[in-house]
Design a protein around this ligand. Structure first.
Ligand SMILES: CN(C)c1ccc(C(=O)NC[C@H]2N[C@H](CO)[C@@H](O)[C@@H]2O)cc1
Length: 474
C-alpha cells in the first residue's frame, strides 16, 4: 500500500515534469539582476563547497567524520570556500529547554577549522525522516510523538517518510492534527540559542532552518504556504532577536522543488528590512527524479534529467524572485560511479553559474558519492569526481556580477561584472593547477596578485563594466 502511494506521487510528479517541460529560464543567460550574498567588503560571494557530513546524522555525539587536516585537504585539492555543516536538534536540545553547550563548543571548534581557511559556514539544522525514533535523524526523542503507530523498516529509506508513525510525528510537530505541545516554539527557541552562540562568529554566514521539510499528512503548496511558512516566520523572528546580520536560508518542501516542480513558498519578511537590507536566501536541493529512481545520466534518462534541470532552473528562478532572495543549492549529488554521473555534476555546476547560485555537493563522506574514497589501508584516495568538483570559478566579485562561467572546451574562465560604489578590494578567482599549472593569462582586466599556493588570482576592479577572460598561461 505504501509503495502504491509513493508510486502514485512519483507518477504524478513525473507527469507534471513532462507537462511543465523545460520552460525558458527567465532573464539573460547571466547572473545579472539577482540578489547576492556579500562579504564585509561588499563583494558578491560565489559559494561552492560540500556538505559535512552525512556521518554526523547517526554519530552519538553528532559530529562529522572530519578532522582539521581533512579541511586542509579539501582546501588544497578543491579550492572550495563554502561548507554546509550539519547540526541536529537532538544534540542541541537533548531535553526540553536544556541546551547542550558542550555540543555547540564542538561545533564551534569545527567551524574554526573552516573559518581559519577562509570558508563561509552555513549551519544546517538537519533532519531526515523526522528523527531517530522514526528511523531517521534530527529531532530529539522527547519531541517525537508517534502515538504508538508503527514505523516499519523499509528497503528504501525514503519510504519511511510515509510510515504511519512518521506521518504522525510530523503532524504533531506541525500542529496539523490536533492541538498539543507547541513543538514549533521549541524548535525556534533552539535556533535562537544556536544563533546567539554564532552571531559574532565571522566564519558563520548563516543558518539553514530545516533540511528537506516534510509536511507529514499535509503536502504541497498548502504545507509550504501554511505550516512551513509559519515556522519560518517564527524562527526568523527568534533568530533576529539575537542575530541581526547572519543570512537565513529557507528550503522548499522535500519532494517538489528538488525535482523541478513549483514551490509554494511565499515571500518571507526579514525584520532587518526589505530589499538590500533583507538577508533571507533560498536554498533548494537538486535531485532530478530519474536520478532518485536510480537512473544514470545516459540515454533516455539523460534526456529526462535535462528536461528536469530546465524545469528546476525555471522554478528556482521564479521562487527566488518571489522571495527576493539569492540562491544556494544546499544539496546536489549522486553515486558518481553511475554512467554519465560526472557529466551530470558538471552540468549542475554550469546551471549554478547561469543562475548565479552557490552550491554544496552532497556529501564529503568518503565513498562512491564523494570526491574521495578510503583505500583498503584506510587512506583517502581521490575519485574521478574530484577533478569535476575542482572547477575554476570566481570566489568573490568586486561589484555586481553580470555573468560568469567555466568553458571546459576552450579552457576559459569568463567573469563579467559592474563595479559598484562602496565595494572594496579586487575580484578573486580560483584557478586549479590541473587547468592552470602556470597561472592564468588575463584579457580585459588587470592582475593585482597571483598566489600559486592557494591558486587565487586577484583582478583589479573599480567603476564601470569589467569583462575578463582567463586562459592558461601556458
Ligand atoms: C519522500 N521524501 C520526503 C523524500 C524522498 C527523497 C528524499 C531524498 O532523496 N533526498 C535527497 C538527499 N538529501 C538527504 C540529506 O538531506 C540525503 O539523505 C538524500 O540522499 C528526501 C525526502
Amino acid at each position: 500500500r505504501t509503495w502504491t502511494v509513493v508510486s502514485l506521487v512519483l507518477a504524478v510528479a513525473a507527469a507534471l515534469l513532462v507537462a511543465v517541460g523545460p520552460e525558458r529560464a527567465s532573464g539573460a543567460d547571466g547572473a545579472g539582476g539577482r540578489r547576492w550574498i556579500t562579504d564585509g567588503q561588499g563583494r558578491a560571494l560565489v559559494l561552492n563547497g560540500l556538505n559535512t557530513a552525512s556521518s554526523a546524522k547517526s554519530a552519538p555525539d553528532g559530529m562529522p567524520w572530519i578532522h582539521s587536516a581533512d579541511v586542509a585537504r579539501e582546501k588544497r585539492r578543491l579550492g572550495t570556500n563554502f561548507v554546509r555543516f550539519l547540526i541536529q536538534w537532538r544534540t542541541i536540545e537533548p531535553r526540553p529547554g536544556r541546551y547542550d553547550d558542550r555540543y555547540l563548543d564542538e561545533v564551534a571548534a569545527r567551524v574554526g577549522w573552516y573559518g581559519s581557511r577562509g570558508y563561509h559556514v552555513m549551519l544546517d539544522m538537519h533532519q531526515d525522516v523526522y528523527g531517530p525514533r522514526t528511523k531517521g535523524n534530527g529531532a530529539p526523542a522527547w519531541a517525537t510523538e508517534t502515538d504508538g503507530l508503527p514505523v516499519a523498516e523499509q528497503g528504501q529509506w525514503e519510504l519511511e517518510y510515509v510510515q504511519p508513525g512518521t506521518l504522525r510525528a510530523f503532524d504533531h510537530f506541525w500542529g496539523t492534527r490536533r492541538a498539543g505541545r507547541n513543538l514549533r516554539a521549541r524548535y525556534a527557541a533552539a535556533w535562537a540559542h544556536v544563533a546567539a552562540r554564532f552571531a559574532h562568529d565571522p566564519a558563520v554566514i548563516g543558518y539553514d532552518l530545516m533540511n528537506e521539510p516534510w509536511g507529514g499528512s499535509l503536502q504541497g503548496p498548502a504545507f509550504e504556504a501554511g505550516p512551513l511558512a509559519a515556522l519560518y516566520r517564527r524562527t526568523i523572528a527568534a533568530i533576529r532577536s539575537v542575530d541581526p546580520d547572519s543570512w537565513i536560508f529557507v528550503e522548499p518542501e522535500a519532494v517538489s522543488a528538488n525535482w523541478g516542480l513549483p514551490s509554494g513558498l511565499p515571500y518571507l519578511k526579514d525584520p532587518r528590512g526589505d530589499g538590500d537590507r533583507a538577508r533571507i536566501a533560498y536554498a533548494p536541493h537538486l535531485y532530478p527524479l530519474p536520478m532518485d529512481l536510480g537512473g544514470g545520466y545516459t540515454g533516455g534518462t539523460r534526456a529526462w534529467v535535462r528536461r528536469t534541470l530546465g524545469s528546476w532552473r525555471a522554478q528556482t528562478e521564479r521562487t527566488a524572485r518571489r522571495l527576493d532572495a539569492p540562491v544556494v543549492i544546499g544539496e546536489y549529488g549522486l553515486d558518481a560511479t553511475r554512467p554519465g554521473a560526472l557529466t551530470y555534476v558538471a552540468e549542475v555546476r554550469r546551471t549554478a553559474e547561469r543562475l548565479g547560485a552557490g552550491t554544496a555537493y552532497w556529501s564529503n563522506d568518503p565513498g562512491p558519492w564523494a570526491p574521495w574514497r578510503r583505500s583498503k589501508g584506510g587512506r583517502l584516495r581521490a575519485t574521478k569526481l574530484l577533478a569535476v568538483l575542482d572547477r575554476p570559478t570566481p570566489l568573490a566579485v568586486a561589484g555586481i556580477p553580470e555573468s560568469y562561467g567555466w568553458d571546459g572546451k576552450s579552457h576559459t574562465l569568463a567573469v563579467r561584472w559592474e563595479g559598484a560604489a562602496g565595494v572594496t578590494g579586487g575580484t578573486e578567482v580560483y584557478l586549479p593547477e590541473r587547468f592552470f599549472p602556470d597561472g592564468g593569462r588575463v584579457t580585459g582586466g588587470d592582475v593585482v596578485s597571483w598566489d600559486a599556493a592557494s591558486r587565487v588570482l586577484v583582478l583589479r576592479s573599480g567603476p564601470g563594466d569589467h569583462h575578463v577572460r582567463i586562459t592558461p598561461a601556458t
